[in-house]
Design a protein around this ligand. Structure first.
Ligand code: GDP
Length: 361
């Protein structure tokens, strides 16, 4: 499955956040015999629709979609120079499908900042600089060879042009992602085999003081620093406390700081979307479940996520939108009201589709 690497300078609250994430680990909760890797946190994507479906269908359990977060320790200035830890750090980032930067905004004098002062803007630049330098090194290694090759193989000209354009962006100090060259998109396609770090989608977690959680002006200012990436604001210590409480006490604590949901819930949801993923839903007496697919997946591809045989033998998908199902109250009533659609092989799955597949075995 796809993973999000958590990176950040030392002492910004990564371990605190990661501890909170692993306390929420859905693998541990739902699959007691699963192997749990120490640096991976598997977090459920909160989805109130599943609770509603479980009510309608009398489901015994709810299985949300999940996101895998990987704790990538060890960014240091000079990581791109490839010394020891630096090399391992870059290799770990390369394996991630998205990069989540944790940025310190909290102002605790008892917690030392590596650069002596709390400055989100400077910290973001420090980390981005390491990633940009690493990408420039990758390009400098391959570009001369590509340029030489182009004299014989004219058809690689577009690729060479794309690599040169990427180099120019990086030399200006910008990440490729910030310029719309993002992994999986057509623009990034010619760069694919270079595995550049800054083509990965980024998201930012600002670890803020509690009073900043509701400070909209502050949040708008920080969000602007990282756009087009998403910014999430949370307090890592509070998240750790929340993870230890039962639901009712957690809600009370959240309300006391003026937050609507745990920061981890927001992080899971935004992280999921940043990976380019979406869900569709199935429901029955056994379970109500969200299944993970790529945005834009077709009905047979969606079926294949449940079982490869479902994809091979795909006939049709009976689709009811979640809203229609809730409005009518049951599958039978939705059918009677003409709200159940039979979709074929070309159908592109929509968010909130409640699905039953028909297939040949
Ligand atoms: P890491 O080096 O990025 O993994 O940072 P840690 O999670 O180990 O946190 C460094 C220190 O900052 C620890 O003493 C934490 O207790 C403290 N810390 C983490 N998050 C917060 C926060 O939101 N507020 C305050 N005041 N301290 C925090």
């Amino acid at each position: 499955s796809l993973t999000i690497g958590i990176v950040g300078l030392p002492n910004v609250g990564k371990s605190t956040l990661f501890n909170a994430l692993t306390k929420n680990d859905v693998l541990a909760a739902n699959y007691p015999f699963a192997t749990i890797e120490p640096n991976v946190g598997v977090v459920g994507v909160p989805d109130a629709r599943l609770t509603k479906l479980a009510e309608i269908f009398g489901s015994q359990r709810i299985l949300p979609a999940t996101v895998d977060f990987v704790d990538i320790a060890g960014i240091v200035r000079g990581a791109s120079e490839g010394e020891g830890l630096g090399n391992k750090f870059l290799a770990n980032i390369r394996e991630s499908d998205a990069i989540c930067q944790v940025i310190r905004a909290f102002k605790d004098e008892n917690v030392v900042h590596v650069d002596g002062k709390v400055s989100p803007k400077d910290d973001i630049e420090t980390i981005n600089t390491e990633l940009i330098l690493a990408d420039l090194q990758t390009i400098e290694k391959v570009l001369p060879r590509l340029q030489k090759e182009m004299r014989i193989k004219k058809d690689i000209a577009p690729k060479v042009a794309a690599v040169e354009a990427a180099q120019a962006i990086l030399e200006k100090g910008d990440t490729l992602f910030s310029q719309g060259i993002v992994q999986g998109s057509e623009k990034a396609e010619p760069l694919h085999d270079l595995h550049l770090l800054t083509t990965k989608p980024f998201l930012y977690v600002f670890n803020v003081d509690e009073d900043e959680l509701t400070d909209d002006a502050f949040k708008a200012e920080q969000s602007a620093l990282v756009a087009p990436a998403e910014a999430i604001f949370l307090n890592a210590k509070l998240e750790q406390d929340l993870a230890e409480l039962d639901e009712e006490d957690a809600m009370e604590l959240l309300q006391s700081v003026g937050a609507e949901e745990p920061g981890l819930a927001t992080l899971a949801r935004v992280g999921f979307a940043t990976l380019g993923l979406q869900t569709y839903l199935t429901a029955g007496p056994k379970e109500s479940r969200a299944w993970t697919i790529k945005q834009g997946a077709t009905a047979p591809e969606a079926a294949g996520v449940i079982h490869t045989d479902f994809q091979k033998g795909f006939i049709k998908a009976e689709v009811i939108s979640f809203a229609d199902l809730v409005a009518t109250g049951s599958v039978a009533d939705a059918r009677a009201a003409g709200k159940a659609r039979m979709e074929g092989k070309e159908y592109v799955m929509q968010d909130g589709d409640v699905v039953e597949f028909r297939f040949n075995v």
